[in-house]
Write a protein that binds this ligand. Structure first.
Ligand code: C2G
Length: 129
């Protein structure tokens, strides 16, 4: 069984997230998603609209997602890759190069981001309606 792992906030789920999750799942058989806790989001200078529990509930309902784990630190990825025997680590290419240190433990793949959509843009557009 080929296990894929990825991480993110996944707030206000949109097509960009879904395209990422679909492509990640298509690379293997089992997709684990590390979803950022509210505390970790503070480290990313992000504040999610949806609570951690709601973002987790929504992710778990997506057909491409097999398991959701909390992302609470930058450092946990190596342990996660070992713990879950992940074969491939996947992220959107806005993170290109940032996680190459994982290449010692698994394949690292950066997928092209979906253009024209982001949680930040959604919030901005709604605010200016
Ligand atoms: N994404 C995408 N296309 C978009 C928007 C997002 O492909 N238009 C991808 C991102 O590249 C990321 C995933 O969807 O791989 C989740 O995006 P975010 O929730 O914004 O995740 P981020 O805040 O970048 O957190 O340790 C990694 C971090 O937790 C990633």
């Amino acid at each position: 069984m080929k296990t894929i792992i990825t991480y993110g906030t996944f707030d206000l789920i949109h097509a960009g997230h879904i395209h990422l999750l679909r492509r990640a799942k298509e690379m293997g058989d089992y997709l684990i998603v590390g979803i950022s806790t509210d505390e970790f989001n503070k480290l990313k200078n992000k504040e999610a609209y949806h609570s951690f529990d709601d973002r987790k509930l929504i992710l778990e309902s997506i057909c491409y997602v097999d398991q959701v784990i909390p992302e609470y630190s930058w450092e946990q990825k190596i342990d996660d890759v070992k713990k879950y025997h992940a074969d491939v680590f996947v992220m959107g290419d806005d993170w290109k190069g940032k996680f190459d240190f994982l290449e010692e433990y698994c394949e690292v793949v950066y997928l092209q981001r979906t253009e024209g959509i982001s949680t930040t843009r959604i919030k901005h557009n709604l605010k200016n309606k």
